[in-house]
Write a protein that binds this ligand. Structure first.
Ligand SMILES: Nc1ncnc2c1ncn2[C@@H]1O[C@H](COP(=O)(O)OP(=O)(O)OP(=O)(O)O)[C@@H](O)[C@H]1O
Ligand SMILES: [Mg+2]
Length: 239
């Protein structure tokens, strides 16, 4: 079953056609990557899929339900992390997570927060203010928040952009393990081709708001006669 269906999505910002008739699906348990140059329309697409902005045309279906009509029901089983989303600065790390756990009506919120603090190795930071954290530390809090409700669909916009290679590696392992162990589907964007190669079952390349190439990392490399995804990216991006 498709966990997520993007159907003919269109989004304009004034003269800019950011997303231009985009359709794709994410299957149950699947990890799908959206790639493309800066400005290709990846974040705009994610924001429509999350109901943060309204498409000019097209439809978003999540778990088989129309997002526009079943927003609350759908979004309770979805979550999102991005480095550009700010969590309340004056709050302590554990206060932020406590607040979201209650907002999400998570069962046994304190135990769940403790579990996420453990998972994201936030123990030493739990009593620090959000505003005092480094950007990589904030990213880990974002991910802890995004996993709190054990989402059936996890949407990540450049999840490891601020992380050092060691933290990035641990987070990728944690997310991949989570998805393999039945943790639901993931849709991610990234400019880190090794990350995408390692994590994604399937990839869509976007250019100017459209999908211009699709496949598994190996299929794409084969199709473009490329050594790796980095080379595929450059070939696709440079036409
Ligand atoms: N709120 C907005 N108002 C006006 N234009 C916007 C807005 N959001 C996005 N755009 C434009 O839409 C296009 C797509 O932007 P988007 O953020 O989706 O790209 P992206 O693929 O996520 O790029 P990046 O890799 O840099 O994150 C860009 O031309 C951008 O300038
Ligand atoms: Mg973006």
């Amino acid at each position: 079953m498709a966990i997520l269906e993007a159907i003919e999505l269109v989004k304009r910002f004034g003269p800019v056609l950011a997303v231009d008739g985009l359709s794709f699906e994410v299957g149950d348990g699947e990890v799908v990557g959206l790639l493309g140059l800066n400005g290709a329309g990846k974040s705009t697409t994610l924001h429509m899929l999350l109901g943060l902005i309204t498409p000019d045309a097209g439809q978003v279906r999540v778990f088989g339900l129309d997002l526009a009509r079943h927003r609350t029901e759908v979004l309770s089983q979805v979550n999102f992390a991005a480095s550009y989303v700010d969590l309340p600065g004056p709050l302590l790390v554990h206060e932020v997570l406590d607040a979201f756990a209650r907002l999400y009506a998570v069962r046994r919120p304190r135990a769940r927060v403790a579990e996420m603090i453990e998972l994201l190795e936030l123990g030493p930071l739990r009593d620090r203010r959000m505003m005092d954290l480094s950007s990589g530390q904030r990213t880990r809090v974002q991910l802890a928040k995004a996993l709190l409700n054990a989402p059936r669909l996890l949407v990540l916009d450049e999840p490891t952009a601020n992380l050092d290679p060691d933290a990035g590696d641990r987070i990728r392992a944690l997310l991949s393990r989570g998805s393999r162990e039945g943790g639901g589907a993931m849709l991610i964007t990234s400019h880190n081709m090794r990350e995408v190669e390692r994590m994604c079952d399937r990839i869509h390349f976007m250019a100017a708001g459209r999908i211009v190439a699709t496949g598994t990392p190996a299929e794409l490399a084969g199709h473009y006669g490329a050594e790796d995804l980095e080379e595929v990216f450059l070939k696709v991006a440079r036409g």
